[in-house]
Design a protein around this ligand. Structure first.
Ligand code: C2E
Ligand code: MG
Ligand code: MG
Length: 741
């Protein structure tokens, strides 16, 4: 950039004294001779490059009337005594106080040396000089007037700067509010015009920008061409054109020179302001001026240029922030905020066709992410978006709501039942080859005008939840909404209930088949609401799992179960063991083992007296992870049981590699033992024996079931036949009665 903040286009063309305006001097005196003598003395004088221009008043009143319309008056030569002795001083008061002319310099003259105003009056009214007429020789008058003019000019400049700075500050505020480069550039023209008193007639050109359909498009380095990004007045038709097509070599040259020399140029009939933004992109604003702009305040111009450079940099920042606010930064598709806006927009107009909002979620995406890395996860997401775009050929709106959750909007004609059914499994291409994705799809209709976007999102989310449970495409209806709202309420209540008396444990005994010995107890969660209703674990545990609340809840269960076991030991059953259910969500928690150790240590219970019941759902973790985790648990001497065996998808072959001590055959097989359940029981017991695992039958309710299990060599039983789960006090009574201690 040039060292100079700006340069004059052509110094030689400037004829400073001829074009500059003259200094306006007002002579006020009731004596015509004084007027004549003053003119005579000062005629043809040039002060600070400008001539003097005289006006005349013969009374204070006439002077005031004149000044009311001549705010550019620089100096007043004022007779102190005119209509009255005080007429001059009174005029000064009016000029300063009523006309509020603070800058005009006043030289008070008097014929009578005795009429000296008090010093206080001179300072109060800012009277520059007080001279007797005889004192004012030609040379003294000249010096006095020169000093006064210089002082007036300085005052004016300060005043102009102040007004100019105020305008710049105001302009900055408007620039900051300006959305987009177009508006900003238009603002530059109008603000420049306002600042320098010019007509808003001009253009703004920029490098590194190409005209796009919806406004300027930034190019990376620019191609050296300059495009007009804003234009006003006669130049309006130039917008979005290459500046060379202006066919006005003076303007083009001025702009080129400004950009090449990176400086602002003051021409004889124009002002071309240069500015740049942080990114290095440069701009030149050309504005026509009917008169030379020599008097443009250089300081103001400099401030203005710096300021618009800053504002221009802000625009890019704002644009970037805006895109971040509306766009997903990984997939470069609209995000949830944008989707909500889109829904509002679509549901604002008349409902021509029925539109659907789909929530689409990839099954087991977090496992893919965990196992194969986030980069591969991102690749899958990108691939899916591309596939959807290709499939629907941009006839639908695709947005990303969160990790693997997408919001799709399109008409019912596009999203037909068959299409949605096909969407449930999707084949995508990745760098690792073809991959099949299973998608869960929840649907809601958008043609409900009175609903805000957030409600539509809720509804789609509710349907998605159901879709995940049922593995089917689910359309939102009132029942689904009601069910999910109830679940949300339950979860909310559970959080409240967590550390209150409402939550407690019941213990169900487990017995050896051989000698009917009660060797262990299973801790089972119970929730009694303040009104006495019992909420079964099957209703609240899945909710606690989904919300992550199970982690805290599980810690509480373990702590409570071991505290109670201690009491049971002390009550005379020192060998009694405790089985505690553990959800896969807890096992996934990175702190699980650390917290487990801590609770066991605090309880003082030997780890060998604890059994953890896990379900087959643990197989959703990688085998490596399961083996490491279960290995660590077993290393501590804690035993492991597979709960509800047979209900999951895993087979004994999967589980045989897990370090498990016990298999608990699910009660559904025991209760249907005389039908199909029998086959499972027949098969599992010998297999378990082969794998050196104990086999416990859950849900044993009848003597017949017991007899049959005995015949099959089942090692342990649990069920209502023995006892229902009992709260601690009742359990202690039950044990006492049964074992007799
Ligand atoms: P589960 O671990 O399989 O627990 C056995 C369930 O079978 C208990 O149901 C028990 O009351 C019931 N049961 C026992 N004997 C019989 C019987 O002879 N007949 C019938 N019909 N049922 C019997 P409950 O207490 O309703 O618990 C249901 C499930 O909730 C548990 O199944 C377990 O998966 C879960 N759960 C309970 N407490 C906890 C806990 O602290 N943590 C976790 N993660 N899950 C828990
Ligand atoms: Mg259990
Ligand atoms: Mg079970």
């Amino acid at each position: 950039m040039s060292d100079e903040p700006f340069v004059f286009a052509d110094e030689s063309e400037e004829s400073s004294t001829t074009t500059a305006e003259a200094w306006e001097i007002l002579i006020v005196d009731d004596d015509q001779d004084v007027h004549d003598a003053t003119i005579f003395a000062l005629k043809d004088i040039v002060i600070l490059d400008r001539k003097l221009q005289f006006s005349h008043a013969h009374s204070a009143e006439e002077a005031i009337n004149y000044l009311k319309h001549h705010s550019q008056t620089a100096v007043i030569l004022l007779d102190a005594v005119m209509e009255t002795d005080q007429a001059g001083l009174e005029a000064v008061r009016i000029i300063r106080e009523e006309l509020q002319m603070e800058d005009v310099r006043i030289i008070l003259r008097t014929g009578q040396p005795g009429h000296v105003p008090e010093l206080e009056t001179i300072t109060r009214y800012d009277i520059n000089d007080y001279k007797t007429k005889s004192e004012l020789t030609r040379s003294k008058l000249l010096t006095t007037i020169t000093t006064a003019i210089r002082s007036w000019e300085q005052l004016r400049r300060v005043q102009n700067s102040r007004i100019g700075l105020e305008k710049i500050v105001e302009a900055s505020n408007q620039f900051i509010a300006a959305r987009g480069l177009h508006t900003f550039a238009e603002g530059v023209i109008s603000q420049m015009a306002g600042l320098f008193n010019l007509e808003p007639e001009g253009i703004v050109c920029a490098s590194g920008i190409l005209p796009g359909e919806e406004g300027p498009v930034f190019t990376k380095d620019g191609d050296g061409e300059l495009y007009v990004i804003a234009a006003a007045g006669n130049y309006s038709s130039m917008i979005n054109k290459n500046v060379v097509s202006l066919n006005d070599s003076r303007i083009v040259d001025s702009i080129r020179t400004s950009i090449d020399r990176q400086t602002t140029i003051l021409g004889p009939d124009s002002l071309t302001v240069f500015f740049r933004e942080n990114s290095g992109r440069v701009y030149a604003t050309y504005i026509a001026s009917p008169k030379p702009l020599k008097q443009v305040d250089q300081y103001l111009l400099e401030v203005f240029c710096t300021n618009i450079s800053l504002c221009a940099s802000n625009i890019e920042l704002v644009n970037r922030l805006k895109s971040q606010a509306w766009e997903d930064q990984v997939l470069h598709i609209p995000n949830m905020t944008a989707l909500m806006e889109e829904i509002d927009r679509r549901s604002a107009g008349p409902c021509k066709e029925e539109e659907l909002l789909l929530f689409v979620d990839i099954a087991s995406f977090s496992q893919i992410n965990d196992l194969l890395g986030h980069d591969y996860g991102d690749e899958i997401l990108r691939s899916l978006v591309n596939k959807l775009k290709e499939l629907f050929q941009n006839r639908i709106y695709i947005s990303r709501i969160s990790a693997d959750l997408f919001g799709l909007v399109g008409s019912r004609e596009i999203f037909t039942g068959e299409v949605l059914e096909e969407l449930k499994t999707m084949e995508i291409e990745t760098s690792e080859g073809t991959r099949n994705l299973t998608l869960s799809i929840g649907v809601t209709r958008l043609c409900k005008k009175d609903l805000p976007a957030s409600s539509h999102l809720h509804n789609a989310f509710f349907s998605l939840k159901k879709a995940k449970e049922r593995g089917d495409v689910i359309y939102y209806n009132e029942d689904i909404g009601k069910q999910i709202r109830e679940q949300i309420q339950t979860l909310h209540d559970l959080r409240e209930a967590l550390y209150s008396e409402q939550i407690f444990l019941a213990y169900q005994p487990q017995a050896e088949m051989e000698d009917n010995d009660i060797y262990s107890l299973e801790a089972l969660l119970r929730w009694r609401k303040p009104d006495g209703t019992m909420i079964p674990p099957d209703r609240f545990i899945p909710l606690a799992e989904q919300s992550g609340l199970i982690v805290k809840l599980g810690e509480w269960v373990l702590k409570q179960a071991l505290t109670d076991l201690k009491e049971i030991h002390e009550a005379g059953y020192p060998d009694m063991k405790m089985a505690v259910n553990v959800s896969v969500i807890q096992l996934q928690h990175p702190d699980y083992i650390r917290v487990l150790d801590q609770i066991i240590e605090e309880s003082g219970i030997p780890p060998g007296q604890l059994e953890l019941e896990i379900t087959e759902s643990v197989s959703i973790l990688s085998l490596e992870h399961v083996l490491k985790l279960l290995g660590e648990i077993r290393d501590r001497g804690i035993s492991i049981a597979i709960d509800d065996f047979g209900t999951g998808y895993s087979s004994l072959s999967t589980i045989d590699r897990w370090p498990v001590n016990r298999i608990k055959i699910d009660k559904s097989f025991i209760q249907t033992m005389d039908q199909h359940g029998g086959r499972i029981v027949d098969m599992v017991i010998p297999l378990g024996e082969q794998l050196s695992m104990k086999i416990l039958a859950e849900g044993v309710e009848t003597e017949e079931q017991l007899e049959k299990l005995k015949d099959l060599h089942c090692s342990e039983i649990q069920g209502f036949l023995l006892s229902k789960p009992l709260p601690l006090k009742e359990l202690l009574l039950w044990l006492k009665e049964r074992v007799g201690k």
